[in-house]
Structure formats: C-alpha cells, structure tokens
Write a protein that binds this ligand. Structure first.
Ligand code: CIR
Length: 256
C-alpha cells in the first residue's frame, strides 16, 4: 500500500516561480480540476491519497515533492532553492513526521525534491540551480547511515533532475539525454528515450508496476506502451504552465 501526500492547487498559482518555461496565463480552476483528476489517478492505482488544503499565500505549494523526501527508513525536510518556496513545507512535514523520523537540510544548503531520484540504494541528485553543493553533501551525510549512496548528476536546460530522468519500471529509466551533461552516468540501466520533439516527456510517476503520465506526449507514450508498461494518462496542461510535472504533485511512501 502506498500513501501519496498531495496538496490542493493554490489560488495564487499564476504567480509561481518559472525558470525555463515562459509565463503564460494559467486557468487556476482548470488546474484545480486537473489536480483532482491526478489524485484520482493515484487512487485508482491503489494509493491512499492525503489531500492537504490549498495555501492561498504560497503559489507553488501544490508541488509538494520539492519540500520533503520520503524513504522507507526516514524522511528528509528539504530547503528549497527558491526562497519564495521555503515556507511551503510546514503542513507537509507535519503529516510526514507522523509516519517517519524527520531529518533536515540546513542553511546554507539548498535541495529540491525534484532533484532526487532514488533507485534502490542509489540516490541520484541533480546539481541544478535549485540544489547546491552544500545541500547535496548534507543529503549524502544524512543518508549514509541507512546504506544509500548519493551520486551527483549535472543537469542542463531544465529545472530538476527528474525533468530529465525518472524510473518507469524495474531497472528501466525514461530519459531525455539532452538535459544531462553526462548521460553515461545512467548507462547501467535499460533506457527509454523521450521522443526528441517531446523534451518535457521524461517525468513519470511510478506506482507499483504502472505509471501516471501526462497525455500530451503521444510519441513517448507509445514508446512506454511498446515496452509493455501500463500507463494511466492525465491532463496536467495548466500545471505544466507553472513548470510542474507529474512527480512534483505528490510524495509517495509505503505505508507501515
Ligand atoms: C518552481 O519553479 O519551483 C515551480 N514553479 C515548479 C516546481 C516543479 N517541481 C517539480 O517538478 N519537482
């Protein structure tokens, strides 16, 4: 059984942070409906979805992935790279603290959960504008006692490591090599490359043996299905205008 921690879309979403995506009008009501359907997709794949209330003063607070990391043994409170996002964590950490021991990334370290990709006992961490060397070093030290090795991965032209690569099946990654300085760091894994016309297509949420995946990347979707992967599509067009993707809207952890 998986638990998914989520948070409703803030009415202030339109004033979100943006780095690599140009600002275009966001229909917040539509974003809220899309988020609701996203939560429904997680539920249909067997997740118990915790829906935290919206936070009107924090535009990016729907993107809960960035404020905490959940492992089986422990959870880590991050310190987001964007100063405007540092107050978002409170409600999420309260819930997570009831399920896991909490450890913390401290200043001057910064770390966004979107930069953290765990595969077994390997934890790949994006050296991005959001996650600095101090934050990555703290993550390494916090996780070492639990047997995890933390591997830096330099990203380019994208917000987070998980914009460029996510796990979509056992030993299989979905990857946009153009957004990694050294894609050979993942040479040991079976890889499905995104269609070159769909550069944002590498972000998928894996729940059990299925994926929750945006419906706007038909060519990459076909590659996933051809590989025998079960995919449930969702429309997240308004959240994508806020530079969000599917992983960023939940923190998944195993119950018990
Ligand atoms: C930001 O720039 O922080 C938000 N507008 C988007 C964060 C998306 N987070 C994620 O993909 N993990």
């Amino acid at each position: 059984m998986k638990i998914a921690i989520t948070r409703e879309v803030s009415p202030a979403l339109a004033t979100c942070e943006l780095s690599f995506v140009a600002r275009t009008p966001i229909d917040v009501k539509r974003a809220q409906a899309q988020h609701d359907a996203y939560c429904g997709a997680l539920e249909s794949l067997g997740c118990e979805v915790i829906r935290l209330p919206a936070e009107p003063s924090l535009p990016d607070s729907v993107f809960v992935e960035d404020v905490a990391l959940a492992f089986d043994e422990v959870a880590i409170v991050t310190r987001p790279g964007a100063a405007s996002r540092r107050e978002e964590g409170r409600a999420v950490h309260e819930v997570l603290g009831s399920m896991r021991q909490l450890l913390r990334i401290e200043a001057p370290g910064t770390l966004d959960g979107g930069d953290v990709l765990r595969i077994g006992k390997q934890v790949f961490v994006g050296a991005s504008a959001r996650s600095n060397a101090e934050g990555r070093a703290q993550l390494r030290a916090l996780l070492a006692p639990f047997g995890y090795s933390v591997i830096d991965v330099v990203t380019c032209d994208c917000l987070h490591l998980k914009s460029a690569v996510t796990q979509v099946a056992e030993g299989t990654l979905l990857i946009n090599p153009a957004w990694l300085v050294d894609p050979s760091q993942f040479a040991g894994f079976r890889q499905i490359e995104v269609d070159p016309m769909e550069e944002h297509a590498a972000n998928a949420v894996r729940v059990g043996d299925a994926l929750v995946y945006p419906d706007c990347f038909p060519n990459t979707l076909a590659r996933l299905r051809d590989a025998g992967i079960r995919v449930q599509t969702v429309d997240v067009s308004e959240l994508q205008k806020a530079e969000g993707a599917v992983t960023c809207c939940s923190i998944l952890l195993s119950a018990g």
